[in-house]
Design a protein around this ligand. Structure first.
Ligand code: BDP
Length: 667
């Protein structure tokens, strides 16, 4: 419900919606406007040129004559204009774009203006998305489970079949489209037996049904595929990418898929990664593997999204030379220039795996002749699992702003993945979704902010975290100043708080194996996963320097390499990611490493309690259901934080024998 004063001044604009665009997407644009305005203003607008004094007009370039066509030169195919034209005989807000898809985005933008109480009398907005591919990846399995899902079961699958609840999928399409997402892969990157059959006649009609829903909201559907499909589905004896029968098999397969879904996006591929099949079996490389699929998809305009999450997951912990952080760069950088132009590499933001804090992947900008997109994780695998609050927009913003120096100073990651630095044909950002069939979609009510913010940030990485957060808080909880203040502060504080009581100084991985929630300092220390902290009685951290360590720092461009290589200027928050230091090493902040560990863990618990206290101030201002949902989780978060504090502090106290300067309780 829009605010009364605002409504009094602006409701004249909301009485009539005239749409001149009759396509499927045009219909969606109009319906979204119509339904939302009805709900927000309490009155149904008319949809014909009525007697009302003002109107909203939806039109694409060619069917409007209200503004000069030249103004559209500034738009790309997904961009739009929103303009108040008061001098016209009937004052009009024109929502216009070159395409009906742009129009849909214009409608959602317009609704955001209402939700954030902007004045509608003098709008002059021109918007283009900065990223071409704006994608969501699902890790949903057909038995209904979601790998790393923390918000219930899959909304797509149950009992090894597709769901019949298509309304829910439609609502999801609307959610995604409202923040500009234009691509989705619906199944897990680990493609198991049943899911391998998604590209067969058994399931393609169902995939097509889902794709139809997403299409009406401007979203293209992709599938994750099993690299060994020719063997598992095709009775071939090999999946060798250079074998002509295999190549032919994929070509025929692509034809099948496009018969059902003419605008199918393409394949997402996890190959030679964590025991998934891939070209290595046949002594071929990732270019051979991806190009074969690209060749099959090319006639239909499809693309191959090939993941770079490739490393040795059978490492011997005694082997101090192998460094998992190096793996993606070592595998892919030498192949630059060998990929077809409908292949795009999907690179996780960090070289390890979505940790609370890790360095940024040095692959960004390292391959000048290869399409690349960035992968974030909205689902909070290592960041609290939607029990603990962890607002990730601040983290992603930092990553996107990171200067790679790939084309000299001023080459942030955001300008590499948007394709502008190296003029890539395909570019953009993908992320693992955090939704499931829980009523509130994300389990933790406030985790919705991560999905919203993800969409908004990748539409325009130049947007500030403040602006994105303010939009979400107001759209979700309204405009009460106290609510806005407290929810905003909670979101902003949450990532640093989570970092405080979990992983000090960029060390990472001190979590329980498998499920990854809660502390376990040595859980991965003597395992095969390559994720070590090397703590002993004297010190902690991974020496990744060229001078005495794994040489990982050399994968960065010179300016960053020099910073990370140096013990003196390496930022504190990544110190243990790059260096092995004694517990008595003095940080730039002035405290020793061990004292930092103690301080942040004590502080983290206090701060988690602080979050709960802040939320409790809103008891009478937020409805009971949402209030309780968040309160329950904050209480669990406090228990988790205490567990982290006590285990980490005790572990390092026992290892180092060094007392807390402030004599607090350590067990
Ligand atoms: C890790 C997850 C695992 C995923 C893998 C991946 O623990 O479940 O399959 O990443 O991205 O973070 O492929």
């Amino acid at each position: 419900m829009a605010d009364k004063n605002w409504l009094n001044e602006n409701e004249k604009w909301l009485k009539t919606i005239v749409s001149l665009v009759d396509t499927e997407l045009g219909q969606s644009a109009k319906t979204e406007l119509y339904d939302a305005i009805t709900k927000m203003s309490g009155e149904k607008p008319t949809t014909v040129d009525s007697t009302s004094t003002h109107q909203i007009v939806l039109a694409t370039t060619e069917n409007q004559n209200l503004i000069s066509h030249q103004l559209f030169d500034r738009l790309n195919d997904e961009g739009y204009i929103i303009r108040t034209i008061t001098e016209h005989e009937k004052p009009t807000i024109l929502l216009s774009a070159k395409t009906d898809k742009g129009l849909l985005y214009a409608s959602f933008h317009f609704l955001r203006l209402i939700q954030t109480k902007q004045h509608l009398g003098s709008l002059n907005i021109v918007e283009n998305p900065k990223n071409q591919l704006r994608m969501i990846n699902h890790w949903d399995n057909m038995d209904g489970s979601i790998e790393r899902g923390y918000a219930g079961k899959s909304i797509f699958f149950e009992n090894n079949a597709f769901t019949t609840n298509l309304e829910r999928i439609k609502d999801y399409a609307r959610i995604l489209s409202s923040v500009g997402i234009n691509a989705i892969s619906i199944n897990n990157v680990n493609v198991h037996t049943v899911e391998t059959k998604l590209i067969t006649d058994e399931f393609l009609p169902d995939v097509a049904t889902v794709a139809n829903i997403f299409r009406s909201y401007g979203i293209q559907t992709f599938l994750s595929i099993n690299y060994a499909s020719p063997i598992q589905l095709g009775q071939l004896t090999t999946a060798d990418p250079l074998d002509p029968t295999v190549r032919n098999w994929w070509k025929e397969k692509a034809k099948d898929v496009y018969r059902f879904i003419p605008d199918f996006g393409g394949f997402v591929v996890k190959a030679d990664s964590e025991h998934r099949p891939g070209p290595f079996t046949y002594e071929r490389n990732h270019a051979d593997g991806s190009n074969m699929l690209a060749e099959a998809l090319e006639p239909f305009g499809g693309i191959v999204i090939w993941r770079c999450f490739v490393y040795n997951c059978m490492q011997d912990w005694r082997d101090r030379k192998t460094d998992r952080a190096r793996a993606a760069y070592d595998h892919f950088k030498p192949l630059d220039g060998q990929f077809y132009d409908n292949v795009v590499l999907q690179i996780k933001n960090g070289p390890m795996d979505f940790q609370v804090r890790e360095a940024n992947s040095p692959l960004f900008g390292a391959m000048t002749k290869t399409n690349q997109i960035l992968e974030f994780q909205v689902t909070q695998e290592y960041t609290g699992q939607q029990i603990d609050l962890c607002y990730l927009i601040s983290q992603w913003k930092e990553i996107l702003e990171f200067d790679t120096f790939a084309a000299g100073a001023g080459t942030p990651i955001k300008r590499i993945v948007d394709g502008s630095t190296f003029e890539n044909k395909i570019s953009g950002i993908a992320a693992v979704s955090n939704i499931g069939n829980d009523d509130n979609w994300t389990g933790h009510q406030l985790a919705q902010a991560n999905l919203y913010g993800y969409g908004r940030l990748i539409w325009n990485p130049d947007l500030s975290t403040e602006v994105i957060t303010d939009e979400w808080v107001r759209a979700t909880f309204g405009h009460d100043p106290e609510v806005v203040e407290h929810v905003t502060a909670m979101l902003f504080d949450s990532w640093p708080i989570y970092e405080n009581y979990t992983s000090p100084l960029g060390v990472g991985w001190m979590v329980n194996p498998n499920h990854h929630y809660g502390p376990n300092v040595d859980g991965y220390e003597y395992s095969v996963w390559g994720t070590y902290h090397f703590a002993d009685n004297e010190g902690i951290g991974v020496d990744r320097t060229v001078s005495s360590g794994t040489g990982y720092t050399a994968q960065y461009f010179k300016e960053n390499k020099e910073i990370y290589e140096s013990l003196e200027i390496c930022p504190d928050d990544l110190l243990l990611f790059f260096h092995h230091v004694p517990y008595t090493h003095k940080l730039q902040s002035g405290v020793t490493v061990i004292q930092h560990i103690y301080n942040t863990h004590f502080e983290g618990v206090e701060q988690a309690i602080g979050l709960m206290e802040r939320w409790s101030l809103l008891k009478d201002k937020v409805d009971e259901e949402r209030y309780q949902n968040v309160m329950n989780r904050l209480n669990q978060q406090i228990e988790n934080a205490k567990q982290w504090r006590d285990m980490i502090n005790t572990y390092f106290f026992r290892k180092s024998g060094i007392k807390d300067e402030k004599n607090r309780t350590i067990y």
